[in-house]
Structures are given as structure tokens and as C-alpha cells.
Design a protein around this ligand. Structure first.
Ligand code: ALA
Length: 859
């Protein structure tokens, strides 16, 4: 079936079942400030569901233009698009679950001819009714009905909502095999239709109430159903997209040089984004830096990047007539506005080229300093964030020059940014709304506590979670009308503290400012329920704040001290300030010497002791620069800036919180200095109470070392030197004795007493007893048969080989005889030992020779 026919068949079917066909509303929502763009078929009917307006009929059907900006990153797979057409049937009190499921099943199987065995419905875990209905109506056994927690739908943070039942189509094993492929997971099971059972309303204060008349809202994605009915491998192969994709492919001059995966991704992006942009512009959206205009600009720029990557001749403009040929017949506003649409797209193309030219200059600077062939994540991020230079372009240009980009770091920075941006998004489960945050008045420079009111609360949604009330243990982001909380920025971490209200309390874990002028407090509710409109007392944790202030002020003093000591060549690159520690990065070609660090620390601490007064001035950027205030070289500042000074010692552009007088810092310790990149050094520092704790740790460690060395703390160093000396000597001795070990035979003398070999090792100094025996053994094994005598100082050892023992000789007796005149000796037949005097070696040996000689005579 052609997409035209699918659209017609759907609408006809529902017309035949008593529904009134209504035309699509524009993509810009009418009378609905909570949404940027229409994101579902039901959006134009919200007031009907809520009972605020009477629908022309209790049953409606439509094919509605829809746009989901939040899916933009997903575009490139088989089934996601930003702009799409949603086919729907709606009931306002006319029917509910049973009829909705009956219609859906009949249309899919009888009109569209889908195989019932390939349909897999899902329901909300609480919705037994729908699960049973699928059995009764479609004969689908309950084990084929998946229960999904996310089967709950609402169009935005407030408004009608309810559980839903989704219909998945099994595309077959070629789309994925294995147990991880199931409805809701993997590509094999494609969601084609969602039946929402609207029976509740979410109120602005977060409560959910029942609607007077329960209704039905369904949405079937035309592109996906076309994919199934046309037997395509993706939505981009359907008649809705294929001509657009082919047009781009034909105009590309780089199609062969990029890999197939990249090529597909770029072509899908181009098709989706070009189509989406056409539809947005046709409905009156123009590129801008905020709101829906930003969505359009973002879409176009991503498409332009892909067009650049594939080197598409003519860019996006020529795709407009192709889109018009597909959708212009259905949407007259597109057909009628084609010229304007094309003009807007081409204008944006030109602007983007300008951005690229400007970005190129920056890229050159960045590439020139890409030490070791690596562009830092911070540089790539800045190109993207400040100059609008797309990351993909940076990557491609870098690759062409054999330079890499630190993508992991960029990803980290983007995640941080996304986390902030997420705060702008609503709670909508379908993720379709973009809300601007209400403003917050910051009062935290002068006070740590303020009475305030919550202007917006939204949950921190994690994978698989749905919206819930802001009750105990839940984590929420709250925007306040006034706030004493400093939001993370300028290197300083966000404040922590508490919010309190009658009957409730929440911890503030962190504070961020996702966009200027508004503060988002990440809260964990301890007690009670946090709601928009609630009056609260907001209190900053004074200990945390004091720690941050001490470190931040100390960082300014350190910056000034560095300039004094190393000269104006020092360029600050960034800093991180928390209540526990601070780091300070700067450009410098080499490591600082120990003397330089000591000098720096002294200058820093003497500035602290001078108890310099902190002053704050509000100046224009120009005035501030002329007054000699230090600033981050690559930061972009507003025209009006805040300058923080300490006496005449330090003067810096800064929005952070500081101590009132430098003496409040107490002291600062530089704990480390090391490299964090070529030409980039980092100093680590602790200040204030953290410096005290650092000392305490050091002292405890020293005391423990002294205890283990059994030396008074003052003598630890001498004791360690002594130990090191001893270890060196022992090592030397060990070496020596190892070297001597195997050479007994060489050191020994050998003689014959008749047929008996006598080997003698005569050492002047004493050996340990076991070494004496070991060396006798060693010598014995080296000579084989015979008698061994080892003399070492005042010790003697005799060892006989077994053949001599067999002939009746006895080593113990020999030792006894040889040592009789000294101190005596003894032992067994193989081994004997005894004491001699140092001067008696010769006499003892004489005795041995005599005994050996007489044994021969006896034998
Ligand atoms: N409004 C429902 C959706 O968009 C049908 O999925």
C-alpha cells in the first residue's frame, strides 16, 4: 500500500465507524503555551479531553502533523524521525478500552491484512482489563501481552493522561534474534500504534485527578506502518522518504568514500531533517536562537553538517521540491509555501557557512596548539559551544590533518551540558515539551538564608521510571523564585543546604544554572511533599559555603602570587574550587622547582596574614580590563562584569563567593604541582579548615612512622638514613657471599693421603654454624670421593664420602681427635665438627692426615 492509501484507508475506516474526520492542525500549538510544537495527534484536542471545550462530535479521527525534537539524536536508526504523521482516532466519553482495541485489531488485520500472529500488544502492569480484552477480542494469550511500566502517556507536564496499550509488530528474525528482542527492547518488535486510555489529569501542583469522562487517544505512526505494509527495511525506504534520500545520494560527491554505516546515518539524517525543516517552515517557524526557532536551526545545522560530510552538490535547497512532491498533495500549506521554504533554508545555509568560516579561524588556532597530535576536549567543546562549529566538522578537519580529538573528554563536557539542558525539559513521559525555566533572583552574595517560593518542580527521571509525586526519598529539581544558593560556575561547585516548609524538608544536594538567571536545586525530599507554589525557607550549608569561599579566595591570591613570581607570561587556564580543595591550571613550559613552590606558598600565606579586605565592583568589561583585572583568556564575558579584589594584591573578574577578608582563609598549602598536558601545569591546594585537616593527616602519618621506627618524631629522618645505610651494607654482603658460594673447590687446596683425596678450605674468619656445614657439603659434592675439612676461625668441620665411611672411617671421631687439644668435637660417621684455636689450624690438619694415613695401613 502506498502511504497515500494507508492514510485514506485509516481515516475511511474510522469515518465508517462514526468518527468525524478533522484536518491536521499546524505544528505550532494554538493556545497552548506549555508545548513548543505539536507532538501528538491529541494535542489539538486537549481541551476536549479536559471537558473545557465541547468537541464537534464525541468521535474524531485525524492525520496530524507532529514533531518530536527530543528524538533528534535517535534519527539514523530504522524507525525514528523528528517530523512524522500521526494517524489517530479519539473518543471523548463515547467509548473506552474495549472498542478501541476492537477497532485497532480489525483495522490492522482485516483492512491492512497484517498477520495476527505477528502482533504483540503491551499494557501497563496495572491494566488487567486491557490484557484480558486482547485475549477476548484478538485471541492473543496473556503470555504474549507484555507488561511495560512505561505504558503511561501524557502530553506534557500537565494535562490529560492515562495508561496505554501499545501494539508492536514482529518484523522477523532478520531484524534481531535473541531473548533481548522483545516489545520495548531491540529493533525486531516495532511499535506501530499506541492506544491511550485517557482517564486522568495531571495538575500543575503535581497531583493527578480523575477526568469526568474517560476517553481514548490513539496514535499510529504513518511512516512505521508504511514500513511494515511496504515490507521495507526502514522508514527511510518507504515512499515517504526514499525519493528524498535518493535525491541526496545522487547529489553526493563523497558517497563512496565514507563507510556504509556513516553513509546511511548521514542520508537518513538528511532526509529526516530536510523534510522536518520544510514542514516547520511551512507552518511559520523561522530559524532563531531560542524556542521552536532554535529547534529548526538545530535541525538545519545538523543536516548541513551531513550535507558537508557527503559533499552534497547544492546543499539542502534542491530537496525542497522533492519533499513537496511527496507531502504537498496532503498539506497545501507546504505546496503553497514551497518558494518561501526554500528561501529560508538557503538563507540559513549561507549563515551556517559564515559560522564555519569564523569557526575555521578558531579551529586553526586550536589545531596549531594540538600538542602531540591531540585536540583537547575543552578546545573541541569550546569550538562547538561558543563558535557553533559542529563537533563532526572538527573531527573531520582534524582527521584530514592526522590530528585526533579527545572525544572522551568532549563527551564528558557534553554530558555535563546535557544534564543542565535536561533541566529545561519537562516531565513529559513522551519527552515532547521544552519549557523555559522561570527566573530566580540570586541573593546569596549577602545572605545564606532566604524566604522563597518554589516556582517549578520536576522529577529526576531515571531509566524506566515514570513521574511520581515529590514525596520522601524522591530526587527532584526545584526552581525557586529567590535563592541564596550559588550555582556551579566559574570553577566553583554549587551550594548545598536545605529547603524547609511547614511539614516538610528537603536536602539540596547541588545547585546549577542551566541558563542565565535561573537556578535549579537538586533536592532529596526528606519529609512531606514538595510542590510548585510552596513557600520555603532556603538555607545554604554555612560550612560548605565557607570552605568554598576560602578556596576560591585563596585561588585568586595564588593567581596573583604566580604572576608576581613568574611574570606576566603566566596564563590561567581554569580552576576548580570546592569546599575541600582547589586546583589551578596555567600555561608554563616546565615544572616549578621546589624553591619556586616554597616561595609561592610564602607569598600566598603572607597575603592571607595581611588580612586584605575584599572589595566587589561592577564595571563594564572594558573598564575592568583597563583596571588590570585578571580574566580567563578564552572565557566569554558579559558586557557588565563583577570584579573581586583583595587589597592591591589581587584583582580578578569573578562571579564567585569569597571571604570578606583574606585573613579568614587561615592558611593555604600547595600540596602538589604536576603536568596536565603539554605546556599546562596544575597546582593543587588546600585552604582554610581543609588545610588544617591536611596537616592533621600529615602529623598522624609522621607519628605512625615514628612509632614503627621506634624513634622520636624529630629523629625519624636520621633513623631512616641509618636504616637505608644498613640495607645497603646487607645487600653488599649478600652479593658477596652469593658470588663466593659456588667456588669452594677453587678456594680449597687438595692433597692426596695415599689413595684418599683430602680437600681443605681454610678460612680465617668465623662462619655461622649452618654455613660451615653448608660449605663442607658443597665442597664434598664438588670433589666427589674423599675427605673434606673446613676450618673457619675457631671452627672445624669434617665430611667423609660414603666410600670412606664404608671403609670404617668416622668423621665424628676424626673431629674429636683433631680438636682434642682445643675444646673437643664429635659428630656422626659422615659429618663431624669441633672447636680449634685460630692458631691451631695446622695442628688439627696434621691430626686428620695421620688418621687418614693410618686407616690406609689398617686397610
Ligand atoms: N498520544 C499518543 C502518542 O503520541 C497516542 O503516543
Amino acid at each position: 500500500l502506498l502511504s497515500q492509501q494507508i492514510r485514506a484507508e485509516f481515516l475511511n475506516y474510522f469515518e465508517q465507524h462514526g468518527h468525524l474526520r478533522v484536518p491536521s492542525a499546524p505544528l505550532i500549538p494554538q493556545d497552548d503555551p506549555s508545548l513548543l510544537l505539536v507532538s501528538a495527534g491529541m494535542v489539538p484536542f486537549k481541551a476536549y479531553f479536559l471537558g473545557q471545550k465541547t468537541p464537534p462530535q464525541a468521535r474524531l479521527t485525524s492525520c496530524q502533523k507532529a514533531f518530536r525534537a527530543t528524538d533528534i539524536d535517535a534519527v539514523g536508526d530504522l524507525s525514528h524521525d523528528t517530523f512524522f504523521e500521526m494517524l489517530g482516532n479519539f473518543s471523548f466519553g463515547a467509548y473506552f478500552k474495549e472498542a478501541a482495541i476492537t477497532y485497532a485489531f480489525e483495522l490492522l488485520t482485516q483492512r491492512f491484512g497484517l498477520d495476527p500472529a505477528r502482533l504483540y500488544p503491551s499494557v501497563h502492569p496495572s491494566d488487567d482489563t486491557s490484557a484480558k480484552l486482547w485475549g477476548k477480542i484478538a485471541g492473543i494469550p496473556s503470555e504474549r501481552v507484555t507488561r511495560l511500566e512505561e505504558n503511561f502517556w501524557q502530553a506534557g507536564p500537565t494535562g490529560p493522561c492515562g495508561v496505554d496499550s501499545e501494539i508492536y509488530y514482529d518484523l522477523g528474525e532478520r531484524f534481531g534474534a535473541g531473548a533481548d528482542q522483545r516489545p520495548g527492547r531491540g529493533e525486531r518488535f516495532l511499535e506501530i500504534w499506541n492506544l491511550v486510555f485517557m482517564d486522568s489529569e495531571r495538575l500543575p501542583d503535581g497531583r493527578t485527578v480523575r477526568l469526568a469522562h474517560a476517553g481514548v487517544d490513539t496514535g499510529m505512526g504513518l511512516e512505521r506502518v508504511a514500513m511494515v505494509l511496504q515490507g521495507c527495511a526502514s522508514i527511510f525506504d518507504t515512499d515517504l522518504f526514499a525519493p528524498i534520500r535518493e535525491d541526496f545520494a545522487n547529489r553526493s560527491r563523497q558517497l563512496e568514500t565514507v563507510g556504509p554505516a556513516q553513509r546511511d546515518r548521514h542520508l537518513r539524517r538528511l532526509s529526516d531533517h530536510a523534510r522536518g525543516a520544510c514542514m516547520l517552515i511551512a507552518d511559520g517557524v523561522l530559524p532563531a536562537n531560542e524556542g521552536r526557532g532554535y529547534v529548526l536551526r538545530h535541525l538545519l545545522r545538523r543536516a548541513l553538517v551531513s550535507a558537508m560530510s557527503l559533499d552534497v552538490a547544492g546543499g539542502l535547497g534542491p530537496a525542497v521540491p522533492v519533499v513537496v512532491s511527496i507531502l504537498g498533495g496532503t498539506y497545501s500549506e507546504l505546496a503553497g509555501g514551497a518558494e518561501r521554504v526554500r528561501a529560508v533554508i538557503q538563507q540559513e545555509d549561507v549563515r551556517f557557512q559564515e559560522t564555519l568560516v569564523r569557526g575555521m579561524e578558531q579551529f586553526e588556532t586550536v589545531a596549531a596548539r594540538a600538542e602531540g597530535g591531540l585536540i583537547t576536549g575543552a578546545d573541541a567543546f569550546r569550538l562547538h559551544d561558543t563558535y557553533g562549529f559542529p563537533l563532526e566538522v572538527t573531527e573531520e578537519l582534524a582527521a584530514a590533518r592526522g590530528i585526533r580529538v579527545d572525544l572522551a573528554q568532549v563527551e564528558e563536557l557534553l554530558t555535563q551540558q546535557r544534564e543542565l539542558a535536561r533541566a529545561r525539559r519537562s516531565t513529559a513521559v513522551a519527552g515532547t515539551t521544552l519549557l523555559e525555566l522561570p527566573p530566580t533572583e540570586f541573593v546569596g552574595y549577602d545572605q545564606l538564608q532566604a524566604d522563597s517560593r518554589v516556582s517549578l518542580v520536576y522529577p529526576v527521571l531515571r531509566e524506566g521510571e515514570t513521574y511520581d509525586h515529590a514525596g520522601a526519598d524522591a530526587e527532584f529539581d526545584a526552581v525557586l523564585e529567590r535563592s541564596p544558593f550559588y550555582a556551579e560556575g566559574g570553577g566553583q561547585v554549587g551550594d548545598r543546604g536545605t529547603l524547609q516548609w511547614p511539614g516538610g524538608a528537603a536536602l539540596v544536594l547541588d545547585t546549577k544554572a542551566p541558563h542565565l538567571g535561573s537556578r535549579v536545586h537538586r533536592c532529596r525530599v526528606l519529609q512531606g511533599e514538595l510542590k510548585a507554589g510552596q513557600e520555603v525557607v532556603a538555607t545554604v550549608d554555612p560550612v560548605h559555603r565557607a570552605g568554598c569561599a576560602a578556596h576560591h579566595s585563596a585561588t585568586h591570591l595564588l593567581n596573583a602570587a604566580l604572576h608576581r613570581q613568574l611574570g606576566e607570561g603566566v596564563v590561567q587556564r581554569g580552576s576548580m574550587v570546592s569546599s575541600e580543595r582547589a586546583t589551578f591550571d596555567f600555561n608554563w613550559p616546565r615544572a616549578l622547582s621546589a624553591e619556586e613552590l616554597v616561595g609561592l606558598e610564602r607569598t600566598l600565606n603572607s597575603a592571607i596574614r595581611e588580612d586584605l579586605e575584599r572589595r566587589v565592583e561592577h564595571l563594564t568589561l572594558d573598564e575592568a580590563r583597563r583596571s588590570g583585572a585578571l580574566a580567563l583568556p578564552e572565557e566569554t564575558y558579559n558586557e557588565d562584569v563583577r570584579v573581586v579584589s583583595f587589597g592591591d594584591f589581587s584583582r580578578e573578574l569573578c562571579g564567585g563567593t569569597h571571604v570578606q577578608r583574606s585573613g579568614q582563609i587561615g592558611s593555604a598549602i600547595l600540596t602538589a604541582e604536576h603536568s596536565v598536558g603539554s605546556g599546562l601545569r596544575r597546582i593543587e591546594m588546600v585552604a582554610g579548615a581543609a588545610a588544617e585537616r591536611w596537616w592533621e593527616t600529615q602529623r598522624t602519618q609522621t607519628a605512625e612512622i615514628a612509632r614503627q621506627l621506634r624513634a622520636p618524631a624529630g629523629e625519624v629522618r636520621a633513623r631512616v638514613e641509618e636504616l637505608q645505610e644498613r640495607v645497603r651494607n646487607l645487600e653488599k654482603e649478600l652479593d658477596e657471599s652469593r658470588r663466593q658460594g659456588p667456588r669452594e673447590a677453587e678456594a680449597a687446596t687438595r692433597e692426596q693421603v695415599g689413595a684418599i683425596t683430602l680437600a681443605i678450605l681454610d678460612l680465617p674468619s668465623q662462619l655461622a654454624k649452618k654455613d660451615l656445614a653448608r660449605r663442607a657439603d658443597q665442597l664434598a659434592s664438588e670433589i666427589g670421593q674423599g675427605c673434606v675439612v673446613v676450618l673457619a676461625g675457631s671452627d672445624l668441620a669434617v665430611k667423609l664420602s660414603p666410600d670412606l665411611v664404608a671403609r670404617g672411617l668416622n668423621a665424628g671421631q676424626i673431629a674429636q681427635a683433631a680438636c682434642r687439644q682445643f675444646g673437643g668435637g664429635g659428630g656422626n660417621a659422615q659429618f663431624g665438627q669441633g672447636g680449634v684455636s685460630a692458631g691451631g689450624h695446622a695442628a688439627a690438619l696434621a691430626t686428620v692426615r695421620t688418621i687418614l694415613g693410618s686407616s690406609l695401613e689398617e686397610g
